[in-house]
Ligand binder design. Structure first.
Ligand code: ASP
Length: 328
């Protein structure tokens, strides 16, 4: 996974990926801090955000819906066989079972989430169905699976992908739970988007931490932790150790800090400071945040170096390295 990430980084940093209808970006410097905003815009975690952004952008052009865009974007990652932290090809829990978490939210407050769900290839679309077709916000486990069946989602065979099986077999030799920050565990995709009219939406999907306890749920399907969106202010999403993010209600915190006047960058940095203060063993914990305000200014920050994100605008789709609290 690390090799893949390095490869994508090397091949795409320094050469903006052009999407249909986009001109080349002149500069790839971080657009955070005091940059003036731009709309429309799609922002997503890690380098797999590049192809995800491309799909989101195409969907936005096709349907004009920012909600459709953020759903379509992360569906790309849910099918990425190289990604061991998203979708059914993700690394399993300690029992060898892959369980998925996902959330979707619009700026008017409507949202849907699923957690601890099995056999569903596109949990983000199931989360959207929860939002649009039930009176609830969250369905978990067997109930979520039953709802998926009722909605006509195909059930996939419960079998680890060859890559996941190989990694799981290696892990079983020691059965030690010692995630290596940035490498083994943090490939969740969180995506936030702003359309030309100022409407916001976001999505987040993951198989969670590798070798987690059976039944463990992370931040990604928790509204306010892994994702929060408010058309009045902006949106935020998170990746990294879910427990540390839930503890500080990370995404909600960032949106509320922006509401009080902080820039997206300042808000992400304050959330990281809060997370560092509230979590022990911080040297073993990676977490990163992305934010956008309704003007289209963006921010990103992480606990440790290594966090990057993909940013798509009318000018291109580029990978940007985020700053971090601790330096290597
Ligand atoms: N946030 C995810 C979780 O804790 C993990 C990740 O970002 O990869 O489930």
């Amino acid at each position: 996974m690390l090799q893949r990430r390095k490869f994508i980084k090397q091949s795409l940093l320094g050469s903006a990926l052009l999407l249909p209808g986009m001109a080349a970006l002149e500069s790839q410097a971080s657009p955070s801090k005091k940059s003036s905003g731009t709309k429309p815009l799609i922002l997503s975690t890690w380098s797999h955000g590049l192809p995800a952004n491309a799909d989101a952008w195409a969907k936005l052009k096709q349907t004009g819906s920012i909600l459709d865009a953020v759903e379509a974007g992360v569906r790309n990652t849910e099918l990425d066989l190289e990604n061991l932290s998203v979708g059914l090809q993700g690394l399993p829990d300690r029992e060898g079972i892959t369980t998925l978490d996902a959330s979707i939210m619009q700026g008017d407050g409507s949202c849907g989430t699923v957690a601890f769900v099995r056999q569903v290839k596109h949990p983000i679309s199931l989360a959207r169905a929860v939002m649009e077709k039930t009176p609830h916000v969250m369905l978990v486990g067997e109930g979520a699976r039953q709802f998926a069946i009722a909605q006509g989602f195909p059930m996939e065979e419960e079998k680890l992908s060859p890559n996941a099986q190989k990694e799981y077999d290696k892990w079983k030799v020691t059965s030690q739970y010692k995630p290596i920050i940035n490498i083994e565990n943090h490939d969740t995709i969180g995506m936030i988007g702003l359309d030309a009219a100022g409407k916001l939406a976001g999505s987040c999907t993951t198989s969670g931490l590798a070798y987690k306890m059976h039944g463990r749920v992370g931040d990604s399907p928790i509204i306010g932790a892994g994702l929060f969106v408010d058309d009045e202010v902006g949106a935020a999403t998170a990746t990294g150790l879910g427990e540390s993010i839930i503890r500080i209600c990370g995404s909600f915190l960032i949106v509320e800090l922006m509401r009080q006047g902080r820039s997206p960058q300042e808000a992400c940095e304050e959330a990281v400071r809060r997370l560092v203060a509230k979590n022990k063993n911080i040297k073993d914990i990676q977490a990163g945040f992305l934010a956008v305000n309704k003007e289209g200014e963006v921010g990103a920050f992480a606990v440790h170096p290594g966090f990057n994100y993909a940013l798509a605008t009318d000018s291109g789709n580029v990978l940007v390295d985020a700053g971090s609290q601790f330096k290597s």
